[in-house]
Design a protein around this ligand. Structure first.
Ligand code: ATP
Length: 234
C-alpha cells in the first residue's frame, strides 16, 4: 500500500532521515519505535507531505506521491493524528468531529461515520457538546483519532498516541486502535512505548538517528535481545 525508498529528509543542513526504506501492506498495523530524536515524527511528516523529502521516493497505492502537497495527500486518504493532538479548543466535540469530514459531500455517510465514532468512543458522545479544550488528555486523544476517522482514512498515521496519558487510558486507546484496524483501516503507529506498540502491531521498524536499524514481525522484535535491552527496559 505504502512504500518509502531511500527517503532523505533535511531540516536545513541537518539530515533527519538518512535514506529510509519502509513498506506497509494493506490491513497491517506497522509500528516505528525508537528513542527521542530518532526521526519517527519526521518520517510521518514526510509521508503526509508536511515535509518534503530531499531525495527518495514515496509510493501510495501504486502512485508516486513524493511531491504531492499535504492537502492532496489527505485527499488520497492518508490521515495523520499529530503528536500533541491539535484539536480545536474552542469548538465542541461534535464540531471537532465534523471538521474531520469537511471535504466530504456525502452527508448521510458522514452521519453514519459519526455514529461509528461514538460507538468506538462512547465518552465522546457523552461529551459531544463540551468544548474540546476542556477535555482531559485522554479524551482529547480520543477526539483527535475520532476526527481523523471522520475523513475515512485509508492509511491512518498515529504519532505517539500514548503521550502523557495514564496507563489505564492508554490501554483503552490501544484496544480501540486494534478495533479500528480490524474494521479495515491500515495503520502506521509511532510510539516511544515500544512494548505496547509491538503488542498490537503486526510488524515493526526500529529507528536510530535517522536510519532504520531493524525490521521484523512485531513478535520477533518483542523477543529480540537487543530490542529488549534498548527499548523494552529488560
Ligand atoms: P520524539 O519522539 O522525541 O518526537 P522522533 O523520533 O519523532 O523523536 P523527530 O522529531 O523526527 O524524532 O526528530 C528527528 C531529528 O530531527 C532530531 O534530531 C530533531 O532535533 C530534528 N528536528 C526535528 N524537527 C526539527 C526542526 N523543525 N528543525 C530542526 N531540526 C529538527
Amino acid at each position: 500500500m505504502l512504500k518509502l525508498e531511500k527517503v532523505h529528509t533535511k531540516y536545513g543542513h541537518i539530515e533527519a532521515l538518512k535514506g529510509i526504506d519502509l513498506h506497509i501492506k494493506e490491513g497491517e498495523i506497522v509500528t516505528i519505535i525508537g528513542a527521542n530524536g530518532a526521526g519517527k515524527t519526521t518520517t510521518l511528516n514526510t509521508i503526509s507531505g508536511i515535509l518534503k523529502p530531499a531525495a527518495g521516493k514515496i509510493t501510495f497505492l501504486n502512485e508516486d506521491i513524493t511531491n504531492l502537497s499535504a492537502d492532496k495527500i489527505v485527499a488520497k486518504g492518508i490521515i495523520q493524528v499529530p503528536e500533541g493532538r491539535q484539536i480545536f479548543a474552542n469548538l465542541t466535540v461534535y464540531e471537532n468531529l465534523l471538521m474531520g469530514a469537511y471535504l466530504r459531500k456525502d452527508k448521510v455517510e458522514v452521519e453514519k461515520d459519526l455514529k461509528k465514532v461514538y460507538e468506538l468512543f462512547p465518552r465522546l458522545e457523552e461529551r459531544k457538546n463540551q468544548l474540546g479544550g476542556t477535555l482531559s488528555g485522554g479524551e482529547q486523544q480520543m477526539l483527535a483519532i475520532g476526527r481523523a476517522l471522520m475523513s475515512r482514512p485509508v492509511l491512518l498515521l498515529l504519532d505517539e498516541p500514548s503521550l502523557g496519558l495514564a496507563p489505564i487510558i492508554v490501554e483503552n486507546i490501544f484496544e480501540i486502535i486494534k478495533e479500528i484496524n480490524s474494521q479495515g483501516t491500515t495503520i502506521l503507529l509511532v510510539e516511544q512505548n515500544a512494548h505496547l506498540a509491538l503488542s498490537i502491531a503486526h510488524r515493526g521498524y526500529v529507528m536510530e538517528t535517522g536510519r532504520i536499524i531493524m525490521e521484523d514481525d512485531a513478535k520477533a522484535l518483542l523477543n529480540n535481545e537487543e530490542v529488549k535491552k534498548a527499548y523494552l527496559g529488560m
